[in-house]
Design a protein around this ligand. Structure first.
Ligand code: DQA
Length: 147
């Protein structure tokens, strides 16, 4: 079954963006990792990235309408977008919030997530492995709800 892997602003610039924080892998590498991981788990990952809040909100509506599970890296929107939070709250399928870095160990403004309370759970601080762990969690949750 299908899972969305949705990424917010500046994540398209992985590889060149602050590599000391976010690593050397670029967005194509992340896309390939998510697709391969999903395939191994019997899922199909649809991987998307946008810098646009309205577009990200519309993708969350699409996921809610299709009852499609989501792995979401909201990037900077994490810290202030109530529009994103309200879109996430409409879902019924699992949604895992992921971060490459560990926001709790960084600047004060990153310590707040306005979406965490409406996510199924959060995985942060493991680099690109955060996405792998989130996809594994989705696969487990889907298997549990199937039996
Ligand atoms: C991030 C952490 C956010 O604070 C930041 O704004 C990002 C990336 C992460 O994956 O570590 O853009 O979500």
């Amino acid at each position: 079954s299908e899972v969305f892997v949705l990424n917010g602003p500046n994540l398209g610039r992985l590889g060149s963006r602050e590599p000391d924080v976010y690593g050397a892998a670029d967005f194509d590498d992340l896309t390939a990792l998510c697709r391969d991981t999903a395939r191994a788990l019997g899922l199909h990952a649809e991987v998307r990235q946008t810098d646009d809040e309205a577009e990200l909100v519309s993708w969350l509506h699409e996921a809610a309408d299709g009852r499609i599970p989501v792995v979401l890296n909201p990037a900077a929107f994490t810290h202030y977008s109530y529009a994103l939070r309200d879109a996430i709250a409409q879902r019924t399928a699992p949604l895992i919030e992921v971060h490459i870095s560990n926001p709790a160990a960084r600047e004060e403004f990153r310590h707040t997530s306005v979406v965490a309370a409406v996510a199924t759970g959060t995985i942060a601080g493991f680099g690109l492995l955060s996405y792998v762990l989130a996809l594994q969690a989705i696969a487990e949750l889907l298997a549990e709800s199937a039996d």
